[in-house]
Design a protein around this ligand. Structure first.
Ligand SMILES: Cc1cc2nc3c(=O)[nH]c(=O)nc-3n(C[C@H](O)[C@H](O)[C@H](O)COP(=O)(O)OP(=O)(O)OC[C@H]3O[C@@H](n4cnc5c(N)ncnc54)[C@H](O)[C@@H]3O)c2cc1C
Length: 308
């Protein structure tokens, strides 16, 4: 594996007060759902909000910045990610219940944990989050949704830091939400969200969550995948277009179009990121040739291909 030049000594000398962990050439594959991808030039796991603000305030402008949550909707390319990759972790991992059936959730919290906290507090309306394997930060960026609920339906406001390290608050209308998209600039890092639920019965919410879990287990692979690969084109289902183009089960290297759900790609065990991305592009080309429809990637692809 080719390593990036180590920029941690320079960053550490610019940021003597930094508290979070800074690691050079940290491989990212263990952190991703696909279990593929090269290293981050430098991985930063901030201790808390102030630590992240300090990092951003002192990060030179010419160093690219990328943020990852649970990497459940992401391909990290094999050549790794130049610049700084921020991985949200402890310090952003708390949910508190507020009056008026509201939940304040840190952006590193897994959606399912937020759904569980709401259920315990008899708050309905957030159960849909239990089926989405990402974090709240990823849900804000992707306007994640399932089973009739979307992040935009429950968000009061989101909190974040911009590239310069300034604290920002975005009301729901400012988020620029559309299908699996938020209009907030890519270099804003979300740190938390205030979510609105409604009064509910804990047993009924638990039953709803159990039903979501059972449906998911029956219809989707839950291992070494990135979830829905392509957005559903208006009025169409991506999985159906892929199936009709004859791509169910098609493979490239160690990557395969899931037999269970055609819009999911899976790593059979030894796939590279290039296998997965090439398979995705092959699917797009076949669907275009078959139906004339151009599928748009929902999965975020970050980093650079391996140099040959
Ligand atoms: C088995 C499976 C099932 C899935 N089912 C669904 C589903 O039903 N509905 C659905 O919507 N999605 C689904 N997904 C996709 C995925 O879980 C969601 O998109 C999720 O919201 C991504 O969150 P994440 O923390 O994993 O984000 P990542 O994959 O880490 O990142 C996704 C994007 O969000 C950005 N991001 C992450 N954290 C932050 C942050 N703190 N601040 C700013 N930007 C950030 C990243 O930079 C990237 O652009 C599924 C995935 C899998 C593997």
């Amino acid at each position: 594996m080719t390593a990036f030049p180590d920029i941690t000594p320079d960053l550490k000398s610019r940021m003597p007060g930094l508290r979070g962990r800074l690691t050079a050439n940290q491989t990212l594959d263990p952190f991703t759902w696909f279990r593929v991808g090269g290293p981050a030039q430098v991985l930063f796991v901030p201790e808390n909000f102030d630590d992240l603000a300090y990092f951003l305030q002192n990060l030179p402008d010419d160093i690219p910045l990328t943020v990852i949550g649970a990497a459940s909707n992401m391909i990290v390319r094999d050549g790794g990610v130049p610049g700084a990759v921020v991985r949200m972790g402890r310090g952003f991992n708390e949910a508190t219940i507020q009056d008026g059936y509201r939940v304040m959730a840190g952006s590193a919290m897994l959606d399912v944990m937020v759904a569980r906290a709401a259920q315990k507090a008899s708050i309905a309306g957030l159960a849909f989050l239990s089926g989405i394997p990402g974090t709240i930060g990823g849900a804000l960026r992707m306007n994640a949704g399932a089973y009739g609920g979307e992040t935009k339906d429950v968000l009061i406001e989101a909190y974040g830091l911009d590239r310069q390290g300034n604290a920002r608050t975005y009301g729901n209308a400012e988020m620029g939400f559309s299908y699996r998209h938020s209009g907030i600039p890519d270099d804003v890092i979300f740190t938390g969200a205030l979510l609105q639920g409604r009064a509910g019965n804990p047993e009924e919410i638990a039953a709803e969550m159990a039903e979501i879990k059972a449906k998911r287990e029956a219809s989707q692979p839950r291992n070494r995948t990135g979830g829905s690969t392509f957005k559903n084109p208006p009025g169409q289902n991506a999985w159906k277009l892929i199936d009709e183009a004859g791509m169910r089960g098609h493979s490239v290297g160690g990557a395969q179009v899931s037999e269970l759900h055609c819009n999911f790609l899976i790593n059979l065990g030894n796939a590279t990121a290039a296998d997965i991305e090439t398979l995705g592009e092959t699917v797009r080309a076949r669907v275009k040739a078959h139906s004339g429809i151009e599928l748009e990637w929902e999965i975020k692809r970050i980093g650079i291909g391996r140099k040959s």
